[in-house]
Design a protein around this ligand. Structure first.
Ligand code: SF4
Length: 88
């Protein structure tokens, strides 16, 4: 298990949705940009906390799926996603 934070910065997000195919916890928001929904993945039980800070979306997870989040971050052409391990 790893505790990690996923930050989705709305400013650079371009709605290209390369992230969705890497990690289904990223979903399309009402504004046409991406957001994070722990329940967005139909396969895994959603678990995680999501909050908004200055318009950005920050989600905290405690699971074995940091690699998926990292792949979504790597696939994002505008570097709108940041994944960081945090102390539990
Ligand atoms: S890949 Fe990046 S720019 Fe595209 S929707 Fe996802 S976060 Fe936004």
């Amino acid at each position: 298990m790893t505790t990690y934070e996923v930050t989705l910065k709305k400013d650079p997000c371009d709605g290209i949705f390369a992230c969705l195919t890497r990690d289904p916890r990223f979903i399309e928001d009402d504004d046409g940009l991406a957001t994070i929904d722990p329940d967005g993945d139909p396969v895994y039980d959603g678990d995680g906390e999501v909050r908004e800070v200055d318009g950005d979306v920050i989600a905290t997870f405690d699971d074995d799926r940091i690699e998926e989040a990292r792949q979504a971050a790597a696939a994002c052409p505008t570097n709108a996603i940041v994944v960081e391990e945090v102390d539990p």
